[in-house]
Design a protein around this ligand. Structure first.
Ligand code: HEC
Length: 124
């Protein structure tokens, strides 16, 4: 019985030790961004299926020139802060109802935040 407990608790300890520092979080976000990169470029003015994410933090929603946004996104009327962006990546329809991004969201705030940490490093 004691041995079983030990075995069960070992992975939990490992998980605690691996609690992400910000740099680790950004590295995790970078790995996640591979999904986003199918539709989004980080280069200025390069719109693909989705708008360029160059400089997205601090940008007003739905304003990348030359991209054909949904009406919902055009009319959203707020600025992408790290918090808003994390909430959007977690659950896009909750933050911009009617948005047409073909991505359902991370459904996990930690994962969403790690992507934002990555974008804060690279999207300036
Ligand atoms: C299958 C394609 C696709 C994937 C995958 C995708 N997006 Fe998008 N994204 C879009 C489209 C299309 C829009 C525009 C939505 C609209 O106009 O309603 C958009 C919009 C956005 C916007 C709003 C940009 C602005 O200019 O206001 C952000 C931010 C964003 N996506 C980030 C991400 C991130 C980060 C990921 C990965 C976690 C991701 N997207 C995954 C296609 C995609």
């Amino acid at each position: 019985m004691k041995l079983t407990r030990l075995i069960l608790s070992a992975p939990m300890l490992t998980a605690l030790a691996a609690a992400p520092a910000s740099a680790d979080s950004a590295a995790q976000g970078k790995a996640m961004f591979a999904i986003c990169a199918a539709c989004h470029s980080l280069d200025p003015s390069v719109n693909k299926i989705g708008p360029s994410l160059h400089g997205v933090i601090g940008r007003k929603v739905g304003t990348e020139p030359g991209f054909n946004y949904s009406t919902a996104m055009k009319n959203a009327g707020f600025v992408w802060t790290p918090d808003k962006l994390a909430a959007y990546l977690d659950d896009p329809q909750k933050v911009v109802p009617g948005d047409k991004m073909p991505y359902a969201g991370t459904d996990n705030m930690d994962t969403a935040r790690s992507i934002v940490d990555y974008l804060e490093q690279v999207s300036k």
